[in-house]
Design a protein. Structure first.
Lengths: 167, 158
């Protein structure tokens, strides 16, 4: 009986620790590995997203917000103290470590490196997490989105973005 | 008529303030009579009746006692009223101050909330914009790559 109870407790502890690990999104993990002052971080958490849903009048943006549960933009601009290349290498290494993801877009040229990764893909073609990395000579930008985002709708984001540019 | 002449003489003396008390009494008694008077005397009737009535008004026996009672009672009521009004105004001032503070706090909070929401919306739109732009560029690059492949294929075929 004791062995069974110890086994159950050990299993629960293991699940708990694993869950904590899973619960952390990419941006949280990445921020743990860099000095705090180097990055400019803009976060839109779930409660703010809920508030935005009520506030938003644009239907397309509201549809996107409905699938969103967390959004964060990390910006690291180049400076005398920061070797941006090392950060770009670091972020790519972190993406590999983050888990089994699918590379949706990758652009590599002399001027920049862009990577769009999706994680936790479900059967109905939805992504649990999206990581976008853009690294050029002047800045490293990381966009981290979590929720239940339709991958097919990602292409429609350009239309949404255009409509906002017009405004 | 002689009687009237005497009264007229007395009236003349009255207007020049030469009548004595006895003559003034005669005038008052004359005008208090209910008899018909000639028009030039009738006009003075109301004056002498009024003067007589005024003289008849006397203070009641307990007038002083009543006055004293009112004088002693008077300060209490206004004192009480002023105290109440002072308290009321004091509480009104506090209530108004609190209301003002609450209103300022509420509007400041609302303003901050709107600012935060605007910033959050801008962050979302920026993120969408960046991803969308790169997706479009990716698509363009794929198209260009496909075209190049097609050209290569055609060239090789030829």
């Amino acid at each position: 009986m004791k062995k069974i109870l110890t086994g159950i407790i050990a299993l629960l502890l293991l699940l708990g620790s694993s869950k904590a690990g899973w619960g952390q999104n990419f941006s949280e993990k990445f921020l743990e590995h860099i000095p705090k002052k180097t990055a400019i971080v803009a976060t839109v958490n779930s409660s703010m997203i809920e508030a935005l849903k009520k506030w938003e009048v644009d239907e397309e943006l509201q549809a996107f917000l409905n699938e969103l549960s967390f959004l964060r933009i990390i910006t690291i601009p180049t400076s005398a103290d920061i070797n941006l290349d090392s950060y770009c290498i670091k972020v790519r290494e972190q993406v590999k470590k983050h888990g089994q993801g699918e590379e949706l877009l990758s652009i590599n040229d002399k001027q920049r490196q862009t990577l769009l990764m999706i994680f936790d893909k479900t059967a109905n073609n939805k992504a649990g997490e999206i990581v976008f990395i853009n690294c050029d000579e002047s800045v490293l930008v990381i966009i981290n989105i979590t929720g239940n985002i339709s991958i097919g709708n990602l292409g429609q984001l350009s239309n949404l973005s255009k409509s906002f540019k017009k405004l | 008529m002689d009687n009237y002449k005497y009264i007229e003489e007395l009236l003349d003396k009255y207007w020049t303030c030469e009548t004595n008390l006895e003559e003034e009494t005669i005038l008052r008694e004359f005008f208090s009579q209910e008899q018909e008077l000639p028009a030039h005397l009738q006009q003075y009737r109301h004056l002498f009746i009024y003067l007589q009535e005024e003289q008849e008004i006397k203070l009641s026996a307990d007038f002083e006692a009543q006055l004293l009672e009112k004088i002693t009672a008077q300060p209490r009521t206004p004192h009480f009223v002023s105290r109440t009004s002072y308290r009321t105004s004091f509480f009104f001032k506090i209530a108004a101050g609190l209301l003002l503070l609450l209103s300022i706090g509420f509007f400041a909070q609302q303003h901050q909330k709107i600012q935060e929401q605007t910033a959050a919306r801008e962050t979302v739109i920026t993120a969408i914009g960046m991803i969308a732009e790169n997706l479009q560029q990716g698509e363009t690059m794929i198209d260009e790559g496909l075209k190049q492949l097609e050209t290569l294929y055609i060239n090789n075929k030829n």
